[in-house]
Design a protein around this ligand. Structure first.
Ligand code: FES
Length: 269
């Protein structure tokens, strides 16, 4: 039993001999790197729409009349707010929605409670202890219980980002698919895999039901519940790959904006 190898002398103490610290260390490193990058991009207020960038002439030559938009800046707000001479980034309006969804996610809670708060850092490893600790019953962690509301917003964002994929295919002479279209599509699929595997959605479609076979509606909900469960069982995986997917999509758009790479049009129809 885990309790038999616990050593209570202090935080991080354990009788475990394996590299238990590796996972929380990796988690902390990757999350910190993403937070730094996302914060930089949110406030950069530039290089999010190639059609507006220094490299725009090359894109107009390609004939695209839709846009290739960074997910950090979607939906697109083409506004120029100034506060005390400072140009406010529209991404600030968008960030709270995906951020609150990830921060309150059941999987991410486990990840950052372990990696950043060491509460505890791993199974059978002594964590930080506070006599007054009351978990998610009191402020600020009681806010975590609003996760289901963050889910509603995240669900809408799947459609917003999917619409961006469609817009990336609009050309003056019809439709086309560029490498950027694939990158944006990959991001949407990974985000959908993450969002649709949410514990809140699983409860929403399959919860508060005593019989799964008593009516057509109940059977339908059972079918949906099984699909959500399939994703839910892989929720940690999707949590990570979708994080990389967002960063990759944004980085791709940024490089296109800066003229570092060209968004090759692969096919027109
Ligand atoms: S539990 Fe992870 S997104 Fe809802």
């Amino acid at each position: 039993m885990a309790t038999t190898i616990r050593d209570s002398r202090g935080s991080g103490k354990t009788a475990r001999r394996d590299a238990w610290w590796l996972q929380p260390l990796l988690t902390a490193t990757v999350l910190t790197a993403f937070i730094i990058y996302a914060t930089f991009r949110t406030f950069e207020n530039d290089n999010f729409l190639p059609e507006l960038s220094r490299n725009a002439s090359a894109l107009w030559e390609s004939g695209r009349v839709g846009h290739l938009l960074s997910p950090f800046y979607s939906p697109l707000f083409l506004v120029d707010w100034q506060v005390m001479g400072y140009h406010v980034s529209p991404a600030i309006l968008i960030l709270p929605f995906p951020l609150s969804f990830r921060l309150t996610c059941y999987y991410y809670r486990k990840a950052y409670y372990r990696s950043f708060f060491m509460a505890p850092p791993a199974c059978a490893v002594q964590g930080t202890t506070k006599k007054t600790y009351r978990g998610e019953q009191v402020f600020p962690f009681v806010i975590q219980n609003l996760h289901r509301f963050a889910f509603y917003a995240a669900f809408i964002f799947i459609f917003i980002l999917a619409y961006d994929v469609v817009l990336s295919m609009k050309y003056v002479d019809g439709w086309g698919i560029s490498l950027g279209t694939f990158v944006l599509l990959l991001n949407v699929l990974l985000l959908a895999g993450y969002t649709l595997g949410c514990h809140s959605l699983r409860h929403l479609v399959g919860g508060k039901l005593n019989c799964y076979s008593c009516s057509l509606a109940a059977k339908t909900r059972h079918g949906l519940w099984k699909k959500v469960t399939f994703l839910n069982e892989r929720h940690a995986l999707y949590a990570w790959v979708s994080l990389f997917g967002v960063a990759l999509a944004d980085l791709y758009v940024r490089f296109v904006c800066a003229g570092v790479i060209t968004d090759w049009v692969l096919v027109k129809f």
